[in-house]
Design a protein around this ligand. Structure first.
Ligand code: RFL
Ligand code: PHB
Length: 390
């Protein structure tokens, strides 16, 4: 088999890249380790920046998002039993974010890909990349028991944190930076109305809380838990009681509970791999970087990588220009490090560390107080939350 751009991974990065390349007439093939249903079963991101919304529109997959997504003009910070409104639109000159689940983005992209007849090889095992340091890159993989070879011009490694692409790069050619946080997020999805019409990020002596949503009838809640916790030890009742205990009295009284549809624990990490290009192999999305989810930046960073990468390939094929390819890594990393900084800052501000010295807790408390009392501080937070320019 032969294609122009071989994409490894059918998560949001790979599917969005495939759709943008298809629109520009660049041939592409996606190879995915899992089945399509498995990919759609992962409950992940919920908040899209305006530039991500714009890119999904450009890819021609925005119709359902605009019909069903919820435009949010602000969110709330909850601490010391009180909630404080962060008016994103007022603080950023009219910007907003879109609450629309990653599962739905992925479904829209999969359906669009099927509709235009572009090929995705699902359940592809033992993917092995070769030749990206020379002129004839490609991959071998096993599909339906048969070992196949795919030749291409370029490989886009969109295969997430645990993928094969980054792992295929010689250790001497890549530098990684990592911080693992000593806590995780226990998430619950439930068919219950959200406790508030806006997202609530809460700091509490029992731990961080996030009240999010997928629709007016479907909620997504998260609790900070120690890394040693097991999902099996969290009955729905225990989850709801703990959530209520971390809320302000008004929210606690308004909380509607119900059976969980999904419950899982995610670890939190900050991670960056540099550079993001190795000859004819390009990393994009979680394959190259991870942010802790507190700022809702992961999927949005994946989308901005894909914006730059699709532009680079399109310039190469249409205009015979290598400029986008040459600058891909530096362009991405400049935006990535700023989002890493914001996500680390917001995570540190809102979570309790085990055995945190009292002075640190007091300093965080003072920072929150300063933040909600200062328009300048709130504007800096809002500017990052809605997304820095691409
Ligand atoms: P993905 O989604 O991990 O997709 C990678 C795909 O590659 C496949 N794969 C392989 N395929 C072939 N061969 C191999 N050897 C392969 N190895 C892996 C995988 O099966 C998979 O299908 O990466 P991608 O596309 O870069 O997308 C990144 C996003 O998924 C991620 O950044 C976000 O989910 C992060 N995130 C959030 N981001 C936001 O922007 N806003 C949020 O509100 C937000 N909330 C979250 C989040 C992530 C979370 N978790 C669980 C990590 C909340 C949570 C709880
Ligand atoms: C989510 O709805 O899953 C979500 C929302 C905001 C975040 C992280 C996750 O910061």
């Amino acid at each position: 088999m032969r294609t122009q751009v071989l994409i490894i991974g059918a998560g949001p990065s790979g599917l969005l890249l495939g759709q943008l390349l298809h629109k520009a007439g660049v041939a592409n093939l996606i190879v995915e380790r899992q089945t399509g249903d498995y990919v759609l079963g992962r409950i992940r991101a919920g908040v899209l920046e305006q530039t991500t919304v714009d890119l999904l529109d450009e890819a021609g997959v925005g119709t359902r998002m605009h019909a069903e997504g919820l435009v949010h003009h602000g969110f709330e910070l909850m601490f010391d039993g009180q909630r404080h409104h962060i008016d994103l639109s007022r603080l950023t000159g009219g910007k907003s974010v879109m609450v629309y689940g990653q599962t739905e983005v992925t479904r829209d992209l999969m359906e669009a890909r099927a509709a235009v007849g572009e090929q995705t090889l699902y359940s592809a095992s033992d993917v092995e990349l070769f030749g990206f340091d020379g002129d004839q890159p490609g991959a071998r993989c096993t599909v339906d028991g048969e070992r196949i070879t795919i030749l291409c011009d370029y490989i886009a490694g969109c295969d997430g944190y645990h993928g094969v692409s980054r792992a295929s790069v010689p250790a001497s050619a890549i530098k990684t930076h990592e911080k693992v946080y000593p806590f995780g997020w226990l998430g619950v999805l439930s068919d219950t109305p959200p406790v508030s019409h806006e997202l609530i990020y809460g700091r509490h002596e029992r731990g961080f809380t996030l009240c999010s949503m997928r629709s007016p009838t479907r909620s997504r809640y998260y609790l900070q838990v120690p890394l040693s916790e097991q999902v099996g030890d969290w009955s729905d009742e225990r989850f709801w009681n703990e959530l209520r205990a971390r809320m302000d009295p008004e929210a606690a009284a308004a909380l509607v509970t119900g059976p969980s549809l999904e419950k899982s624990i995610a670890p939190l990490r900050s991670f960056v791999a540099e550079p993001m290009r190795f000859g004819r192999l390009f990393l994009a999305g979680d394959a190259a970087h991870i942010v802790p989810p507190t700022g809702a930046k992961g999927l949005n960073l994946a989308a901005s990588d894909v914006r730059y990468l699709s532009q680079a390939f399109i310039e190469h094929y249409r205009e015979k220009s290598e400029a986008g390819i040459e600058h891909y890594s530096a362009r991405c990393l400049s935006r990535i490090w700023k989002a890493e900084r914001f996500s680390w800052w917001f995570t540190s501000l809102m979570h309790n560390l085990p055995n945190e010295p009292e002075i640190d807790a007091k300093l965080h408390r003072a920072e929150l107080d300063y933040l909600v009392g200062s328009d300048a501080a709130k504007a800096a937070m809002a500017e990052n939350y809605v997304g820095l320019p691409v």
